[in-house]
Write a protein that binds this ligand. Structure first.
Ligand SMILES: [Zn+2]
Length: 351
């Protein structure tokens, strides 16, 4: 992947911020304009975003649209005919727009679509948090520079989805997994989870077992919407840089013993990148590798598993609460999550 220069990056960050704020302002304006409309539609029992559904009509033959909002969450809503409490297999269901408009089973919160080869085909890039947008800029995937179908949130500018439909030629560039399929889903962790905040990531979904929400209300409040000029009419194939990233992630997840890719080097906000990592010894320079292990301000170490360096290569198979000896003293292994092995410093002599 091509890494753009620091000055280009700063320039694009400035563009990024103004773009994000324009959209926030636009969405505030739209919210005000819709307030009256919302009240009158509430009286009719249909949410305002129902009026956007017709814009999906031209895609209904190719896409698998699903009502979502199961149990207050984002899951597809299907009850089995014979087992009223068992969800039908949503991975084979698909509704037309007319069926969605007349759906009268359980009220639903929004519309989702399955991703992957068999419906669409639909590839989704899911930006989850500011660090994921930063990371994407670094590798040439600025979301505002790709005119396609975007799904934004009106209460959080850093959470958005960029949707695209790969061409046949592009599909042929995706690597085959061991199951013989080119479908995959994976992510780059751009900010590790810490004790009080969930992690952030840039994710790619191209997998029939994964759906994305397109429209409606988010369970945490706020609404999904399509910014002007970035609606379903604009759905386009991914530009080369986006496809390259998808291929990179697909190769990562297909490779044995590895899943997802590595956090970017621009990590900040309470963590610092380690060289040398006291747990696995990962370091930059000669004989080293990209730096992926992080230390939080509280001293937790997120040691990332790789082919050359890993906590278990250095210390053998690990079990929770195991103490490992390092050049910086003893550390306790807490748990592993994704590719990260998480360690806490341990006072010398403590058990
Ligand atoms: Zn490490």
């Amino acid at each position: 992947m091509e890494i753009i220069s620091e000055s280009q990056h700063q320039k694009s960050r400035a563009a990024d911020v103004s773009w994000i704020f324009e959209h926030q302002q636009a969405s505030r304006n739209r919210q005000q304009a819709q307030a009256t409309q919302l009240r009158s539609q509430a009286a009719l029992g249909k949410p305002s975003w129902f009026s956007e559904l017709h814009r999906l009509k031209h895609l209904e033959q190719d896409f698998a649209f699903l009502p979502v909002g199961w149990h207050g969450g984002k899951g597809p809503m299907f009850y089995g005919k014979d087992h009223p409490t068992t969800p039908e297999d949503w991975t084979t269901e698909a509704l037309t727009i007319d069926q969605l408009l007349s759906w009268n089973r359980t009220p639903y919160r929004g519309i989702g679509a399955r991703t992957g080869l068999h419906t669409g085909p639909l590839m989704a890039f899911d930006f989850d948090g500011e660090s994921s947008v930063d990371f994407a800029c670094e590798i040439g995937l600025a979301p505002w520079a790709f005119d396609t179908w975007h799904v934004h949130r009106d209460n959080d500018p850093w959470r958005l989805k960029v949707l695209c439909r790969p061409t046949l030629d592009q599909l042929s560039q995706l690597p085959l997994g061991s199951d013989g399929s080119i479908e995959f889903q994976g992510s780059t962790l751009t900010k590790p989870k810490d004790s009080n905040k969930k992690g952030e990531a840039l994710e790619v979904f191209f997998f029939g077992g994964r759906q994305v929400v397109l429209l409606g209300q988010h369970p945490d409040g706020g609404n999904y919407h399509w910014p002007p000029g970035l609606g379903p009419e604009q759905l386009a194939p991914p530009p080369q840089a986006w496809l390259d990233y998808a291929v990179h992630i697909a190769k990562e997840v297909h490779a044995p013993k590895r899943s997802g890719s590595r956090p970017s080097s621009s990590q900040k906000n309470g963590t610092r990148r380690l060289s040398n990592c006291p747990i696995c010894g990962r370091h930059a320079g000669k004989g080293g590798s990209s730096l992926w292990c992080d230390e939080t301000t509280k001293g937790l170490i997120f040691c990332m598993e790789g082919n050359t360096f890993s906590a278990e290569q250095a210390h053998g198979r690990l079990t929770s609460n195991q103490i490992v000896q390092t050049a910086r003293g003893p550390y306790k292994f807490l748990y592993s999550k994704g590719d990260a092995f998480v360690f806490a410093p341990q006072a010398a002599g403590a058990k």
